[in-house]
Design a protein around this ligand. Structure first.
Ligand SMILES: *Cc1c(COP(=O)(O)O)cnc(C)c1O
Length: 336
């Protein structure tokens, strides 16, 4: 089976397992795990921020990051198909007590006019106060779309002008970095706080980080523990992340090439594929998924009329060619 359902499906390589097995560890709740500390310092520095905090999931990193900007009874603005709005099971409302209002863009992009229209930091005792804006880069449900750095820079300038703050869900910021050549520090400079994942295309089995200022991270450390995310000798997992940063970032370019190949096979314009995710609009999504599976290619339905393909570390160039041949046949069968 060639599994294109998600880039979370990767399994640690032998070299990654060796790095994990030999990791130096300590109790991270005491901040005494040297491997976790090294990972946190390294990731903070990569993005030009003061500090970072290792978390078990990207969802927790997002909850901690957004709650550092937005309190109970306040709102965050985000795109309507953002992961924080759709795919975190309401955690921000359930845990933080915040609300969200959204703008909609088919490619998950920044729409500054819409954001300005929604923005309401102080409407007295009548309306929810906007405390922050959140952007997602790359944008998962918009098919791995990159948010151009110029748009992000304009958003940052606007936010500084009106005195509001920015969260970036950078679960796949590595893909944006490799696809565009934009330095990670430039993405870091856009955001007051970020979340990044090691467990997607980078191929670590577990692990994400919240990134931000020293005070925000200190407070997030308390909230992480409060929510049950204080982990002990977790350097074993942080070692996988460090290994991924050393060996699995630049190779994301191969995933992007493979995604273009698969897009072309499915009749999707490869120029609309920015990174490692391809969304194929099909009226027969159910049949498409079943027919592909029968020929050894697993793809994921996203609703009744779309199929998602994601390339990753465990999809070799040979796998991508084989999958493209299968999907070309499956896609050639007319819908209905
Ligand atoms: C995967 C993902 C996350 C975090 O997901 P977890 O499964 O909680 O690690 C956050 N944001 C985006 C855009 C993602 O794709």
């Amino acid at each position: 089976m060639i599994d294109l359902r998600s880039d979370t499906l990767t399994r640690p390589t032998e070299a990654m397992r060796a790095a994990m097995a030999s990791a130096e560890v300590g109790d991270d709740v005491y901040a005494e795990d040297p491997t976790v500390n090294a990972l946190e310092d390294r990731v903070a520095e990569l993005f030009g921020h003061e500090a970072a905090l290792f978390t078990p999931t990207g969802s927790l990193a997002n909850v901690l990051a957004v709650r550092s900007l937005v309190g109970a009874g306040q709102e965050v603005l985000c795109e309507s198909s953002a992961h924080i709005a759709r795919a975190e099971l309401g955690a921000h409302g359930a845990i933080t007590g915040l609300t969200m209002r959204t703008w909609t863009h088919p490619r998950g992009q920044v729409d500054l006019a819409a954001i300005e229209h929604l923005f309401a930091p102080d409407m007295g005792p009548f309306f929810v106060a906007t405390a922050a804006v959140s952007v997602e880069c790359t944008h998962n449900f918009a098919g791995g779309a990159v948010l151009p750095i110029d748009d992000l820079t304009s958003l940052r300038a606007w936010a500084d002008g009106v005195g509001t703050r920015l969260h970036m869900d950078g679960a796949r910021i590595w893909n944006a970095h490799v696809a565009t050549g934009t330095p990670l520090t430039e993405y870091g400079a856009i955001a007051d706080v970020m979340a990044v994942c090691l467990s997607k295309g980078l191929g670590a089995p577990v692990g994400s980080l919240m990134i931000g200022g020293r005070d925000a991270i200190a407070e997030a450390r308390v909230w992480r523990k409060r929510l049950g995310g204080g982990m002990r000798q977790v350097g074993i997992l942080a070692a996988a992340g460090l290994h991924a940063l050393d060996h699995h970032v630049e190779r994301l370019a191969e995933d992007h090439e493979h995604a273009r190949l698969l897009a072309e096979a499915c009749g999707v314009d490869p120029d609309t594929v920015d990174t490692n995710i391809v969304v194929v609009e099909r009226d027969d999504a159910g049949r498409f998924v079943a027919a592909a599976a029968e020929e050894g290619v697993r793809v994921a339905p996203v609703g009744p009329r779309a199929v998602r393909l994601v390339t990753h570390l465990d999809v070799s160039a040979e796998d991508a060619r084989r999958a493209a041949a299968v999907l070309r046949r499956v896609a050639a069968t007319p819908a209905g």
